[in-house]
Design a protein around this ligand. Structure first.
Ligand SMILES: [Zn+2]
Length: 214
């Protein structure tokens, strides 16, 4: 199967409802900065790396066209479209292609969970290092880093606000516990830290004075 035949086969068999006006271009290129494929929705162009053939090429085309009709992420909508294509490959008697597609689905599902866990860890870090921070500030800080808008971020990380509130509660509770502990320690700590006898005429703002006032 040549490149053009492969593209036509995938278009007509796997995505018959997509791009009926044939406004999308699918091209082969020599280099993609280390990627195998790229889907540029703004300019309606799918590029795939040259030298990829057979089932690998079909799987790659399906991967990119699934982006063309969903979004740029490997989230729920893209995964659903890939799953649909895998079932279709089974029906077409293409078990190797179906297996390749399912491999990607499993890989990205795992990645999805890991990234979410990492993002929730980031939210906790923000609250710990900056306890006064608000939820919208945390979202803005993290989403910019991740390159998405606020809605996309909140759709993608649905537990974000709950994680934020929990982290705030933890920080508050541990601060309270620490204050309580310090309170109980203070008489003894005071004894241990009894400063050396003050000089006869201490300077007004010497370190000793500052410590005593606490
Ligand atoms: Zn992709």
């Amino acid at each position: 199967m040549t490149f053009t035949t492969s593209v036509d086969y995938i278009r007509t068999t796997f995505f018959p409802g997509w791009d009926k006006g044939r406004r999308w271009q699918v091209v082969q290129v020599a280099d993609l900065d280390g990627a195998q494929g790229r889907c540029e929705r703004k300019i309606k162009t799918i590029s795939v790396l040259g030298g990829i053939e057979r089932d690998d090429l079909l799987a790659l085309l399906i991967h990119e066209i699934a982006h063309a009709i969903s979004n740029d992420f490997h989230g729920k909508r893209w995964l659903q479209r890939m799953e649909k294509a895998a079932s279709h490959a089974d029906q077409q008697g293409l078990p190797t292609l179906a297996a390749l597609l399912r491999q990607q689905i499993v890989g990205y599902q795992d990645g999805f969970r890991m990234t979410a866990a990492m993002m929730y860890g980031e939210i906790e870090n923000c609250v710990v290092s900056e306890p006064q921070v608000t939820f919208p500030q945390v979202v803005d800080f993290l989403r910019r880093d991740w390159g998405v808008n606020r809605n996309q971020f909140l759709r993608r990380f649905r537990r974000a606000e709950r994680v934020f509130e929990e982290a705030q509660r933890n920080v508050r509770e541990s601060a309270e516990a620490k204050a309580k502990w310090l309170d109980q320690q203070s008489p003894e700590a005071g004894l241990l830290n009894t400063p050396a006898p003050l000089p006869q005429t201490p300077a007004k703002h010497s370190r000793i004075n500052c410590n005593q006032s606490k």
